[in-house]
Design a protein around this ligand. Structure first.
Ligand code: ATR
Length: 287
């Protein structure tokens, strides 16, 4: 069903700069249409200097929800009435809900990745997870995983970033995670020990589609391999994992489930995940 836009239609959007390549309008409009909710989702390019104005505009125009992407995830926080625990810790908001005139901020980046694992048959509860990267995405994912996994290892090119993350998580949860560099020796050793390998770096993203941090002969069929890079949706790492028969979860899954979590915050309804997935696959963003 396609929503007919009328005077009663409510508006949602994603803000960022640049924004024109965002796939969020495709995912969210598919969900609104599938559930016949009279809402439309668009994209606004917002300059750094206009973040405060954009959020004031959200309130005065009655825009009900926003997703927030680079480079505004931190800057929006100062203009919100409330933020959730994860967003506070991460200093990063990717979802804003305009509820009764109050602006509420959430981070669904980590919960989206966690759900992507669970819904694809790889519940991390009690497992050992090896995370590559310690940037914004890796931090959000590690924050969610530490509450479920048994053991976490974070390897990053810049080891000091991984150590800072480890210290911050220790303060928050009293649980330790181990850290290290991306040296071939460490990678090999840590993969042998892990149940789940998760690439949360940008390595493998277009145009560097033949790059992977993991030599294929370090992988094994008992491993679950997840990549958060979705452009291309089959990264070199995902191809290598599939080739040896390991469970492989591509980056579109995290994108879909973080969008689904935002949709559920806004509407209180269960997101039609399969419809959202089909809508994105129709975009043919390249394998
Ligand atoms: P995002 O918000 O998407 O996570 P980010 O915060 O810039 O983006 O983080 C990018 C991550 O990819 C970082 O962990 C980065 O490693 P550094 O902390 O050492 O910069 C990692 N990364 C990017 N390019 C990389 C490369 N060529 N090799 C290894 N790691 C890389």
């Amino acid at each position: 069903m396609t929503v007919i836009i009328s005077g009663k239609t409510h508006v949602y959007a994603v803000i960022g700069d640049p924004i024109e390549h965002s796939l969020s309008p495709v995912i969210q409009n598919a969900a609104f249409n599938a559930l016949n909710i009279n809402c439309v989702y668009t994209a606004f390019r917002v300059k750094n200097t206009d973040v405060a104005n954009a959020l004031k505009g959200m309130q005065s125009l009655g825009v009900l929800g926003l997703n927030v992407t680079m480079p505004h995830k931190e800057a929006v926080i100062a203009h919100l009435d409330w933020v959730d625990e994860a967003a506070k810790f991460l200093k990063s908001v990717n979802t804003i809900h305009n509820k009764d005139g109050k602006l509420l901020g959430y981070s669904t980046d980590g919960t989206g990745a966690l759900k992507a694992l669970k819904e694809n048959g790889a519940n991390p509860y009690g497992k050992k997870v090896l995370i590559l990267g310690a940037g914004g995405a890796a931090r959000a994912i590690t924050y969610s995983l530490i509450q479920e996994a048994n053991e976490l290892v974070v390897l990053n090119r810049t080891v000091s970033e991984a150590k800072m993350l480890s210290e911050a998580l220790k303060c928050k949860f009293g649980k330790k995670i181990s850290t290290g560099s991306l040296s071939p020796k460490i990678i090999k050793e840590k993969i042998n020990d892990a149940d789940i390998l998760l690439n949360a770096t940008s390595v493998g993203m277009k145009p560097n589609t033949n790059q992977s941090l993991i030599p294929p002969n370090n992988l094994n069929p008992d491993l679950t391999v997840m990549d958060i890079v979705y452009n291309p949706c089959e990264t070199q790492l995902i191809k290598d994992a599939k080739a040896i028969g390991a469970r492989a979860i591509n980056g579109l899954e995290t994108l879909i489930y973080q969008g689904a979590a935002a949709f559920e915050i806004w509407t209180g309804q269960q997101a039609p995940v399969q419809t959202m997935r089909e809508a994105i696959l129709e975009q043919n963003i390249g394998v």
